[in-house]
Design a protein around this ligand. Structure first.
Ligand code: GUN
Ligand code: ZN
Length: 432
């Protein structure tokens, strides 16, 4: 029988969506509280002293004054870009051609793919991220590598073979048929195995022919419980390219919609330059947008309109977009989301930022019945945050005016040094 654990500290809990209700009511920090973890699941929650005395045989992990959060959920990443993150000087299309595609070619080698999958999951765990929705490359070896490694770690992830049959180097192209066949084979092998979910993954309209988009739409209609992840409206040059490639489409979203690639379980990364029709359609079908703030500044894409899109009721997740994004850290990503909101004239509360990185992303991935909160019944994926992890943060923490003011400096200035402990599926990880 697996060991029973108690984790105590200050618990981050959600009562409501902090974009719909006052943030400090919707998100609450329960001080000196504890979680009981049994069989990988949170089975009780309450004041520390009471829980500890009710469960004398549980192993107690005390974290006084630390913030116990649901593990961070990165709703859009490219694990194959781990080794080329922070590549200098290019905007999206040149960045793809110069850095991304050559690196992705290396994933035809299963050994390289396995090596990077392990490195990526080590790095993300060290930053407190316990689930991600990742693109792979066109190679099934890249899908095998990530799912095998995640499964060995008992980790919940979403991933899929990236499909491209045009506008990329020859060695990185599949076809409409092979994309369908390989995606289907990977889906049938991995979807719903252990904690793994398959996402149908056309990279973006410029690298798929209409035939390939149609094949992906057909596969999704045959497996409607899968997520579908792609990119949408990231950069102005890209929008012009899309309208040249799809002259009859009214807008970027229609290049997906016309082929069955718009739906409630669709995840649309970036979504910066949306037209009113696109916002209406995304909202009508209940699709999710994924905000990738460090990527949007690093590749020079633009400013996502969080306040407006959330006010319209859209589901929004938060993501690093590794390696277009410049960090593996969801803390750094929350900081960038804050900065971008400021540039748009809005102020995001610390409670909203933490909600986006956990519950918001879990909802976008339709996994909020399993992860993304510390409620009873949730899988025990947890990040323990040290709110005074460096001398710079510590001196600011000491000067905090209230509970949320203790948290905000770590959001703005924190990194992997703030991650004191990480639990995946009720198992404490060794992070260094
Ligand atoms: N659009 C198509 N592919 C990519 C990618 O790998 N990264 C980003 N940021 N945008 C993309
Ligand atoms: Zn991306």
């Amino acid at each position: 029988m697996s060991q029973t654990h108690i984790l105590s500290g200050d618990l981050l809990t959600f009562v409501d969506d902090p974009f719909n209700a006052p943030p400090e009511e919707a998100v609450q920090i329960l001080t000196d509280s504890a979680l009981l973890i049994e069989g990988g699941v949170i089975t009780a929650r309450g004041p520390r002293e009471a829980l500890v005395s009710q469960h004398p045989n549980a192993k107690h992990h005390p974290h006084p004054g630390k913030l116990i959060c649901p593990g961070f959920i990165d709703a859009h990443a490219h694990y194959p870009q781990t080794a080329m993150i922070a590549s200098w000087g290019k905007r999206l299309i040149d960045w793809l051609n110069t850095y991304t595609f050559p690196e992705e070619m290396r994933f035809s080698d299963p050994t390289y793919a396995a090596d990077i999958a392990a490195r990526y999951l080590d790095l993300t765990a060290a930053h407190g991220t316990t689930t991600m929705a990742s693109f792979c490359t066109i190679h099934t070896a890249s899908v095998e590598a990530l799912f095998s490694e995640a499964s060995a770690r008992g980790q919940r992830i979403v991933a899929g073979k990236t499909c491209m049959d045009r506008n990329a180097p020859e060695d990185l192209l599949d076809t409409a048929q092979t994309a369908y066949d390989d995606s289907k084979a990977m889906l049938e092998k991995w979807h719903n195995q252990a904690r793994l979910s398959y996402a149908i993954t056309p990279r973006f309209s410029p690298t798929s022919t209409p035939e390939q988009l149609e094949a992906m739409g057909a596969l999704w209609s045959e497996h409607p419980d899968c997520l579908m992840q792609t990119h949408l409206s990231e950069q102005v040059d890209e929008l012009e390219w899309v309208s040249a490639l799809f002259p009859s489409a009214r807008d970027y979203l229609e290049t997906y919609e016309n082929f069955g690639l718009l739906g409630e379980r669709g995840l649309y990364g970036h979504a910066i330059y949306l037209k009113p029709r696109e916002i209406d359609r995304l909202s009508e079908v209940g699709a999710a947008l994924v905000h990738c703030p460090t990527s949007n500044t690093f590749i020079g894409s633009g400013l996502f309109d969080m306040a407006d899109l959330k006010a319209r009721g859209l589901s929004v997740g938060l993501a690093t977009d590794t390696g277009g994004g410049s960090s593996f850290s969801m803390l750094r990503t929350m900081a960038a989301a804050y900065e971008i909101a400021q540039l748009k004239g809005a102020v995001l509360h610390a409670a909203q930022l933490l909600w986006l990185a956990t519950q918001g992303s879990a909802k976008a991935l339709h996994l909020n019945d399993k992860i993304g909160s510390l409620d009873i019944g949730m899988e025990a994926d947890i990040a323990v945050i040290d709110l005074a992890s460096t001398s710079a943060i510590s001196q600011r923490y000491a000067n905090a005016r209230n509970q949320w003011d203790q948290v905000f400096p770590t959001i703005m200035m924190g990194d992997d040094r703030a991650i004191a402990e990480v639990w995946i599926g009720g198992v404490r990880q060794s992070i260094s």
